[in-house]
Structure formats: C-alpha cells, structure tokens
Write a protein that binds this ligand. Structure first.
Ligand code: PDD
Length: 286
C-alpha cells in the first residue's frame, strides 16, 4: 500500500511528494521536527509534542503554518488513511523555500514548509528488545549548544549510532565535561539504591516528552527521582539503566562501554516504568 503523506496542506501519495531544492531545511537544516507514537490507532502524548513544537519554532523565530487543532486533525487523518495501529508520525516544519541560497533568513512572508508522514511499526509496544535490554557505548557530545530545540540537524546523532553499531552496540550515550548529556535520540537514566537519576533540564539536552511523563509517573508511584548529571562510571556501577523516547518508550540499558549493568538484564524499575508508561499513556491517548 502506498503511504499517504501530508505536504503543505495537501494529502498525497508518498511518490508524488516533493520539496524544493531551495528549501531551508535542505540547505541549512533550518527546521524543527517532532515524532509522536501511535498505539491502538491513537496518539500518545500529543499535547506535549505540539507544545514543544511551538517552543522550538518560537526559539528559532519561525512561524507555525498550522494551528494546534488542525495539527491534531492532520495527525489523525494520516493515522486513519494509513491504517496505523502501532507506529510513529514524523512532522517537520522548515523556514520554507527561499528564492536562492542565502545565510540570511528569507522575509517573514515566506511560507514555512510542513511535512508529515507515518511509519507503520506493528509490535512497537511489545518490543522484543525491551525484554533483553540494549547495549550502549559512550562518545563525546559534539552537537551544538541548543539541544533543547528539536532541530533536524541530526548528523552527529546519526554518526553516533554508526559508531555504536561498529562497536556491536545499539546506541551511544554522549558525554560532555565528564557527564552524560543524553542518548543519540533519547534521554538517559540510571537507578541506584532505588533512586532514579536523570540529567536536569537545560539547553544541553532535549526536554523529552516521554521523560516528563515517566518522571511524573515515577513520582506518583512513590519512586525517588533526582535530576542531576551522572558519569559513565556511575552508570556502570548502577543497579539499572534505561532510556526514554517517543519511539521506544522506556528501554532498559544492560551494558555501558562493555560493562554489564547490575546482572546484565532489564531491571525491575525500568520494567515497571515501561509498564506504567504504556498503560497510563494508552488511557489518555487521543
Ligand atoms: N528523538 N533526546 C534526543 C536527542 C532526542 O532526539 C529525543 C527524541 C529525545 C526524547 O524525546 P521524546 O521523549 O520527546 O521523544 C531525547 C526522537 C524520538 C527521534 O529523533 O526519532
């Protein structure tokens, strides 16, 4: 089945969808994005993603081409047309098509480009990987300084994934000034003596929507949470580790730089948080 995608107000088959070579997203990575998961044909944490999108746009002085309510309608329409039960919706907005290549932003009346497409992922919630956990390596964080803005500049995270693969691992945790910032496309956590530790919010990391929900559920379940930076050594000495993201929910991490965490299997805190997150998020999905 050909996917139906959304480009600048129009639903069309994916093979008909095109964007100009002068698009600022293509030439300057001048664009922002969101990834929202779909479970039972419904959107998980939609409001959080829409709010963060608004913030990313405003931090870059970029206009939104769409109202929040219409954005929800487009998401829902794509889920329906493409019969997505479990999967992801990718959304990207760029500063639009300038008349030529120029570092200076085009005039404010240049319409932004908006693109949405679905990714069908049956079995997303019941991931076999979550049952065994993943292995990470550490790499130095060489991204720009405004990681709180969800831009499409993903070359370094992509390189990080390739470094992890070359080392026989699944992902990389990035380290800056001796502490872990985040994973290539996720927020990082350790658990020690029952306490969940994850980096505090700042410009150094993306303010994960899944992070915010998971920390809320953890606190509601009387689990202790500490928001502070941690080192790779601490991660290796921890009882458990895990990461969160819209595409993987809560994912146990069982090895860091070749050292097993705990007994090398997904720990009870990560496993429980994954269950709670999936259960609670499904209840309020839209
Ligand atoms: N990535 N940190 C980074 C650098 C990310 O790219 C992501 C998300 C997260 C987690 O954020 P959230 O919980 O809102 O998904 C943290 C998405 C899933 C991606 O690029 O595919």
């Amino acid at each position: 089945m050909t996917r139906t995608v959304y480009v600048n107000g129009v639903y069309m088959p994916e093979d008909k969808a095109t964007v100009s070579i002068f698009d600022r997203g293509f030439l300057f990575a001048d664009g922002v994005y969101e990834v929202t998961s779909v479970l039972d044909g419904k959107l998980i944490d939609f409001e959080g993603h829409a709010l963060r999108l608004g913030r990313s746009l405003s931090e870059l002085d970029m206009q939104s081409p769409i109202e929040m309510e219409d954005l929800l309608k487009v998401h829902r329409e794509l889920v329906k047309t493409n019969s997505i039960e479990e999967g992801l919706i990718y959304l990207q907005i760029t500063r639009g098509v300038a008349s030529d290549r120029d570092f200076v932003y085009p005039s404010k009346d240049t319409p932004p480009t908006i693109v949405l497409f679905t990714q069908n992922k049956p079995g997303l919630a019941d991931s076999p990987l979550a049952k065994v956990g993943i292995k990470v390596i550490s790499i130095s964080d060489q991204r720009w300084g405004r990681r709180d803005i969800k831009t499409v500049q993903l070359l370094y995270p992509s390189m990080g994934k390739m470094m992890a693969k070359a080392a026989g691992c699944d992902d990389a945790w990035m380290v800056e000034n001796g502490t872990v910032t985040e994973g290539t496309s996720n927020n990082a956590y350790i658990v020690k003596g029952g306490k969940i530790v994850t980096r505090h919010l700042s410009n150094e990391i993306l303010h994960g929507i899944t992070r915010s929900a998971v920390l809320r559920f953890a606190r509601e379940a009387q689990m202790e949470v500490e928001e502070r930076a941690f080192t790779i050594k601490e991660a290796q000495d921890a009882d458990e580790a895990f990461f969160t993201s819209a595409s993987a929910f809560v994912m146990p991490v069982v090895e860091v730089d070749g050292r097993s965490i705990g007994i090398g299997t997904p720990g009870p805190v990560a496993t429980r948080l994954r269950e709670i997150y999936l259960e609670e998020s499904r209840k309020v999905a839209v």
